[in-house]
Design a protein around this ligand. Structure first.
Ligand code: HEM
Length: 527
């Protein structure tokens, strides 16, 4: 639609001044004062100095000077959209959460897709893991499923996360590369952390260069618990399955696309939603009990392992539809704060040591990134169900307690007394815990290669070639021969042909000794 004609007049320098009137609102200062001229500062004489008295200029520049907030320490580059989750198959037998009770119930959702390593202004089509973070505004509070497009992770313990992220991002002396895994520090760290081998294979696969966000799977990664009305627990892995199927680009396409349009993924999502082609995912769950967990070859608490779908099929229980772009990128996509500890009755954590660390990290970092303890007052982060508590004050407080009481228990009657507890509120699953206090990793986490091998041999020959070529390309950028050789010592446990192919591509001969494996490597896929 062509904009309506606006009344204009020329200023002293010939500049165009557009005037409010009819349906055009009046521009004001933050204090509501109508502005007569937004293009010339107040000065002493036409060629004289600017006057300090010019409160309009000072307010405008002050606000501009403060526009930036810190970008996310990881997943800085992202793109979000609104939508809803609709239940298609009730999970009421295993989960008491309202959103999983009645078929047809719709829950508003906000989703942010992201790359992990690159800065906010980096390119979309890099080889990287993609974030797939979903905020569900349920009737019982916000539930955030903060996942990735790959079902496993690089490390087993959150204490390694700062080192992993430092090694993956720019090297500190040169501040490059901005968004590539192709550098010594990344490969140094992962080759010194054998637990990363499985995820590194996924990162070198076609999964790490998705065609668009609409063709990506999502995974909650960790094992969580579902809790039913009787208080019984069932383990669960969460999956998002794209209705359009899974598609990637090949590396040469990725390079060209990045050069031609670094915004390729965000433009794709924007255009799809704006033209009514709403992307859709099915929510899948893998459900299992302690019996399965005990019989499984790997530890269900180990985030570098998945549960093969051959062993526990994925049950599809709902659909996620994205049908509305944010009105404002900063207000919504940039200020949204996902947090693994945002859960609701019917869902609980397990002792996965990565998940336990994440539960601390998100709130902590967001308090800094979003400027204090009140970022849940920002509309995109606020629950859409009633909420009330006695938290008060702090920077940017929008919801202070009303009336006399700002503590409990108290002797006042309503409405002054304020909110009270309810026995129906959230309770944690009473898992019995005991044991000596130790800094130790369970030896049930020690097989780092079997699932990497399963992943490699589950790929088609073409996909295997892409993986080999990706290893060759990325490792060829590594300048330190010992790091290349160390990485190959791990690949020798994954697949001999893969390791030999990578070595030959790198001109590395003879092959190094295989890395010392803490656990014997299981052979082949389960029957
Ligand atoms: C951000 C996923 C591990 C700390 C994110 C985001 C996603 C994500 C999707 C972006 C959220 C957004 O769009 O705003 C994951 C997954 C992990 C993982 C799937 C492993 C399974 C960790 C660990 C830590 C961590 C172990 C720290 C102990 C952070 C931080 C942010 C972040 C600090 C930035 C949050 C913000 O500034 O809003 N993560 N992450 N993550 N993650 Fe993780």
């Amino acid at each position: 639609k062509a904009p309506k004609a606006v009344a204009t007049h020329a200023g002293p320098g010939g500049e165009t001044h557009q005037t409010a009137g009819n349906d055009t609102p009046v521009m004001t200062t933050q204090q509501g004062l109508a502005i007569s001229d937004d293009q010339n500062t107040l000065r002493a004489g036409a060629r004289g100095p600017a006057l300090m008295e010019d409160f309009h200029f000072r307010e405008k520049i002050f606000h501009f000077d403060h526009e930036r907030i810190p970008e996310r320490v990881v997943h800085a580059r992202g793109y979000g959209a609104h939508g809803y989750f609709e239940l298609t198959d009730s999970l009421a037998d295993v989960c008491k959460a309202d959103l999983f009770g009645e078929v047809g119930v719709r829950t508003p959702a906000f989703v942010r897709f992201s790359t992990v390593a690159g800065n906010k202004g980096s390119a979309d089509m890099v080889r990287d893991v993609r974030g797939f973070a979903v905020k569900l505004y349920t009737s019982q509070g916000n539930w955030d499923l903060v996942g990735n497009n790959i079902p496993v992770f690089f490390i087993q313990d959150a204490i390694k996360f700062p080192d992993f992220v430092h090694a993956a991002k720019q090297e500190p002396d040169r501040d490059f590369p901005q968004a590539q895994t192709a550098h010594d520090n990344f490969w140094d760290f992962v080759s010194l952390s054998p637990e990363a081998t499985h995820m590194v294979c996924w990162a070198m696969s076609d999964r790490a260069i998705p065609r668009s966000f609409r063709f990506m799977e999502g995974f909650g990664v960790h094992t969580f618990r579902l809790i039913n009305a009787e208080g019984q627990s069932t383990y669960v892995k969460f999956h998002w399955k794209p209705k359009l199927g899974l598609q990637s680009v090949v590396w040469n396409e990725a390079l060209k696309i990045n050069g031609a349009d670094p915004d390729f993924h965000r433009r794709d999502l924007w255009q799809a939603i704006k033209t009514g082609n709403f992307p859709e995912w099915e929510l899948g769950v893998q459900l299992f009990d302690d019996g399965f967990a005990d019989s499984f070859d790997f530890d269900i608490l180990d985030p570098t392992k998945l549960i093969p779908e051959e062993l526990v099929p994925v049950r599809r229980v709902g659909r996620l539809v994205l049908d509305r772009m944010p009105d404002n990128f900063f207000a919504e996509t940039e200020q949204v704060a996902f947090c693994t500890q945002n859960i609701i009755p019917g869902i609980d954590f397990t002792n996965d040591p990565l998940l336990q660390g994440r539960n601390f990290s998100y709130l902590d970092t967001q308090t800094k990134r979003l400027g204090g303890p009140n970022f849940t007052h920002i509309p995109i982060n606020a629950p859409k169900c009633p909420f009330a508590n006695f938290q008060q004050d702090g920077h940017m407080a929008m919801h202070n307690p009303k009336g006399r009481a700002n503590y409990e228990p108290n002797s006042w009657s309503q409405p002054a007394a304020g909110p009270r507890e309810t026995p129906a509120g959230y309770t944690s699953y009473p898992e019995p815990e005991s044991g000596p206090k130790l800094r130790q990793r369970s030896d049930t986490f020690a097989d780092h290669y079997s699932q990497a091998r399963q992943f490699y041999i589950s790929q088609t020959p073409v996909e295997q070639t892409h993986m080999r070529d990706a290893f060759v390309f990325e490792l060829s950028k590594v300048e330190t021969p010992a790091i290349r050789a160390r990485m190959l010592s791990h690949l020798l446990h994954v697949d001999t042909a893969l390791a030999e192919g990578v070595a030959s591509g790198l001109g590395l001969s003879p092959l190094p000794e295989p890395a010392r494996a803490a656990r014997p490597v299981l052979v082949g896929l389960p029957p």
